[in-house]
Design a protein around this ligand. Structure first.
Ligand code: NDP
Length: 508
């Protein structure tokens, strides 16, 4: 029988009309050209900005005894937004006295379920006013509206809701004990998350039956005063919350005040150390949430694109003004070139500019002194041998701006690898083995947070148990929840905020 001829296959070239030559994968680049330019989309929600803000003492807005006010600027255009009262020692005395009266007469005696009702009410009003508060936060601090709207304000409300739930259940948080409130709490907060840091401090303190004197940062006091208005709207008894505005001297007067039973501070490690010295021997309770120099580790087996997104979010969120910002990137040597290329491409797409525009990724630096600090640390990084890689984006003429930046060739002894920069600048280093990564990651005076990217669960557990950091994120970064405790090791602070652990600071 004659054999069938074998079937022959033939390669057929499919030629499309406008076919592009195929670029090998390793040579591909993200090149958006001008295609990603967005039309301006600024926020248009009207905000009830006042031209002047007084102190909030004993349930009333009162002028400072000295009659002094200082300007609060919009860091995106350097224009004055409002005048803020300067509280001096006499005002601090009045605020602490009002908090003491409210503590003795009302708040410490009120059943937890009643305190909880006030906190729920505050949380709901915060949700109703979230949009205008987000706009004010962005105008006063410089952060992009998409962050204040989608991160800060939802978290602020969530902290009040969460702690409202604890107010009548404290016995379950501390089984076998009858927790008692501490008394009058002095709370000093920074400028990077003004409303959120106020919520972190006030919600647990009030839930536990304490009264508060809050001192916001000099450059970002406006939203705290709007929070005071919300507390009035919620009909919180007079004196339960008092707000004194001013600079470091006002904070110092609060720290040294003998009528304060507990201090809670978030800010720089230098000022935290001053507080630790000031309260020694006074019997005051103290919690400190200080600086950080987080290491972000990427292993060769990590999903690289996701890791690069996580690293970008970890350092450029809020212009890098974040205590847990992943400002040191440690990449395993075999993937260094790939990660660096992807990072360069990605940061070239970040939009820097008007913080009130919904498409802005990176807003204004909070103040001129902070901008100068970032510049001087970057200069030191270059002088010490690092290579600076910056995006070529155009920056607005007025206001305080710094482009997203990478510094490569950094070694552990460089200042840029040791000091908190609090700006949009990522120091990039490499490692070979997990042991080396741990050694390098732990090699700073800080221990607030860290990030690990790997495909292996066992590697995650190994790294997490050896990294000396209060929070370690695995295959993600910057995830926050009021139920989860946050705080540091070493020079990053004492105590925890959030969750059951956060309540401990506010009870005996
Ligand atoms: P500070 O630590 O000086 O400020 C934090 C708060 O403490 C502010 O309300 C501040 O008031 C107040 N304060 C300042 N001095 C005293 C004092 N002697 N006694 C009591 N309270 C005081 O931070 P800076 O604003 O000066 O920022 C400097 C650096 O600190 C940043 O570059 C960053 O590295 C780091 N930082 C870290 C933060 C974190 O979350 N870990 C937050 C903010 C800053 P006022 O601002 O009105 O002067």
């Amino acid at each position: 029988m004659p054999r069938k001829p074998p079937r022959r296959t033939r390669a057929v070239a499919i030629v499309e009309p406008h076919a592009q030559p195929v670029v090998p994968l390793r040579n591909r680049r993200l090149n958006f050209g001008g295609k990603w330019i967005y039309a301006p989309a600024p926020e248009t929600v009207p905000v009830p900005l006042q031209s002047r803000y007084d102190l909030f003492i004993g349930g009333k807005f009162v002028a400072p005894k000295s009659g002094g006010y200082f300007p609060s600027l919009n860091p995106a255009n350097e224009k004055q937004l409002a005048e803020i009262a300067t509280a001096e020692r006499a005002d601090v005395d009045a605020a602490v006295a009002a908090a003491r009266r409210a503590y003795d007469k009302v708040w410490s005696k009120m059943p937890g379920r009643e305190r909880g009702k006030y906190l729920y009410r505050i949380a709901r009003i915060l949700q109703e006013k979230a949009r205008e508060l987000a706009v004010l936060e962005t105008m006063d601090g410089g952060k992009p509206i998409k962050e204040s709207r989608d991160f800060d304000l939802p978290q602020v409300a969530a902290h009040f809701f969460y702690h409202a739930g604890w107010a009548d259940k404290l016995r379950y948080a501390f089984p076998g004990r009858t927790p008692r409130p501490v008394g009058v709490c002095g709370q000093i907060i920074p400028w990077n998350f003004p409303l959120l840091m106020a919520a972190w401090k006030l919600a647990p303190a009030l839930a536990c039956g304490n009264t508060c004197v809050l001192k916001p940062a000099e450059t970002t006091s406006i939203t705290a005063m709007h929070l005071a208005q919300i507390f009035r709207e919620a009909e919180l008894p007079d004196g339960v919350l008092n707000i004194i505005t001013g600079a470091g001297e006002t904070g110092r007067a609060l720290v040294e005040h003998p009528g304060v039973d507990k201090l809670a501070f978030t800010g720089s490690t230098d000022v935290g150390k001053l507080l630790a010295k000031a309260v020694t021997g006074t019997g005051k309770k103290l919690t400190l949430e200080l600086g950080g120099k987080a290491a972000h580790l990427i292993f060769e087996d990590a999903p690289i694109d996701q890791a690069v997104e996580g690293v970008v979010a970890g350092i450029f969120f809020n212009q890098g003004h974040v205590c847990c910002a992943g400002s040191r990137l440690l990449v395993q040597e075999g993937i260094y070139a790939t990660v660096l290329r992807k990072l360069r491409d990605r940061i070239a797409t970040l939009r820097v500019g008007d913080p009130l525009d919904k498409n802005t990724d990176i807003g204004a630096i909070n103040s001129r002194p902070q901008l100068e600090k970032i510049r001087s640390l970057v200069d030191a990084g270059v002088e010490e041998g690092g290579e600076l890689i910056q995006t070529q984006c155009a920056l607005p003429e007025r206001g305080y701006w710094f482009p997203p930046s990478l510094i490569t060739g950094v070694t552990a002894s460089h200042r840029i690898a040791q000091e908190e920069i609090f700006g949009p600048v990522l120091s990039v280093m490499t490692f070979r083995t997990p042991e080396e990564a741990i050694e390098r990651a732990n090699n700073t005076p800080y221990g607030l947070s860290a990030g690990v990217w790997t495909d292996k669960g066992s590697k995650i557990f190994k790294m997490v148990s050896k990294l000396r950091a209060g929070v370690v994120w695995a295959n993600t970064y910057n995830k926050f929840d009021p139920t989860s405790p946050f705080g540091g090791y070493k020079e990053s602070g004492w105590g925890r905020e959030g969750g059951v652990h956060g309540l401990m600071a506010y009870v005996w």
